[in-house]
Design a protein around this ligand. Structure first.
Ligand code: SF4
Ligand code: SF4
Length: 348
């Protein structure tokens, strides 16, 4: 389903005016996707994952008190950026949920947020961060040849996961409208909607809940496949022969969220940190005993695709891929996830 909700009230204003209104808000930080500035087609390399799963992320501050090592929450206030070149940005944990506007992410990335929430809802840090988000999504006028969001249940004009939807016609002017109650609230705070029309608008606004399910024939098809038959399919061998296990696909993927936790000690103090990890790496599943259930490359390669297109579906009734195409663009040996999906579909 491409849920292009009927706008109840279309607003037209320039990017500069929107930015200046947001700049005037107190107690709301914001972060801008490069898409907002240049309106380049496709999702771009900068991913919402950098914000949602900071890299690295301090979890605890450790300090020796007498004979005991005590731990305290790592408490620094968040200031974040989707721009990796912005070295003033840092990502930290706050006990209070700050509101953060994300400005200009594409429908695929907005959708990745509620997909990840299915798997990560018990992750307090992720949940608090996502609860504090106000998403100004930028709909796509056209995609790249590597985009396939519609095949996996999304769409160029899909507003799910957004609070405010925006269209940039390329002339610096935006058309935007609220698609959630939170979106109405923020547009009201920005002074873009008048108070006296808010009540009427509320009727049309929805919650940007991850519970919403879109029609997707691929989902139905993959759901009907036998798990073991897919697992034992011979084509995994060919994919394994090509794959370098470099992990680029998983690090770029907005729906990959695996991590590793490490403790670092410096004399009497230390910290517990989590880092992104990848199921493509041999150490990812290495047990302390030395046993490794995915010690061979074929197991790791197969796991990446089975997780997204079978295991996740079995558990959450959604495909864990938003069709952004980043893994297709950046795989050094041209492994194309669309071709792998085709091979999985052909298994009978
Ligand atoms: S980017 Fe390509 S080569 Fe690297 S791990 Fe992913 S599929 Fe394998
Ligand atoms: S698997 Fe590839 S196309 Fe799908 S969401 Fe991840 S990076 Fe994007």
């Amino acid at each position: 389903m491409n849920s292009m909700d009927t706008p109840k009230k279309l607003i037209q204003l320039s990017k500069e005016d929107l930015l200046s209104a947001i700049n005037g808000l107190k107690d709301v930080s914001y972060t801008v996707s490069p898409n907002f500035n240049d309106n380049a087609p496709g999702p771009g390399d900068n991913i919402i994952k950098r914000f949602m799963f900071p890299q690295p992320e301090p979890l605890l501050f450790l300090e020796r008190e007498g004979k005991d090592m005590v731990h305290r929450p790592y408490c620094v206030i968040s200031k974040s950026s989707l721009n990796p070149d912005d070295d003033t940005s840092h990502h930290t944990i706050s006990d209070t949920v700050a509101e953060t506007i994300i400005l200009g992410i594409r429908p695929c990335d907005a959708r990745s947020l509620w997909l990840n929430r299915l798997a990560c809802e018990e992750d307090n840090l992720f949940s608090r961060r996502v609860d504090g988000l106000i998403i100004f999504g930028l709909l796509c006028n056209k995609g790249l040849s590597t985009c396939f969001c519609e095949d996996v249940g999304g769409g160029h004009q899909d507003v799910r996961g957004m609070d405010v939807a925006m269209i940039d016609d390329g002339d610096g002017e935006l058309r935007l409208w609220a698609v959630s109650k939170k979106g109405l609230y923020i547009l009201n705070r920005l002074g873009i909607y008048e108070d006296d029309i808010i009540d009427g608008l509320m009727e049309g606004a929805t919650d940007n809940s991850h519970e919403k399910v879109g029609d997707c024939s691929l989902l139905d098809e993959l759901m009907s496949k036998d798990m073991l038959t897919l697992y034992n399919a011979p084509f995994w061998q060919d994919i394994k022969d090509s794959c370098l296990n470099c992990g680029a696909c998983t690090f770029l993927c907005p729906t990959c969220y695996c991590f590793d936790i490490q403790d670092e000690a410096y004399g009497k103090v230390g910290r517990r940190i989590r880092y992104w990890d990848s199921c493509m790496f041999p150490l990812f599943t290495l047990h302390a005993s030395g046993h490794n259930p995915r010690g061979e490359k074929i197991y790791r390669v197969r796991n990446r695709f089975m997780h997204k297109f079978k295991y996740f579906i079995e558990r959450f009734s959604h495909i864990s891929c938003v069709g952004c195409g980043r893994c297709i663009i950046h795989c050094p040996v041209n492994i194309d996830v669309r071709e792998v999906i085709g091979l999985m579909r052909a298994v009978s």
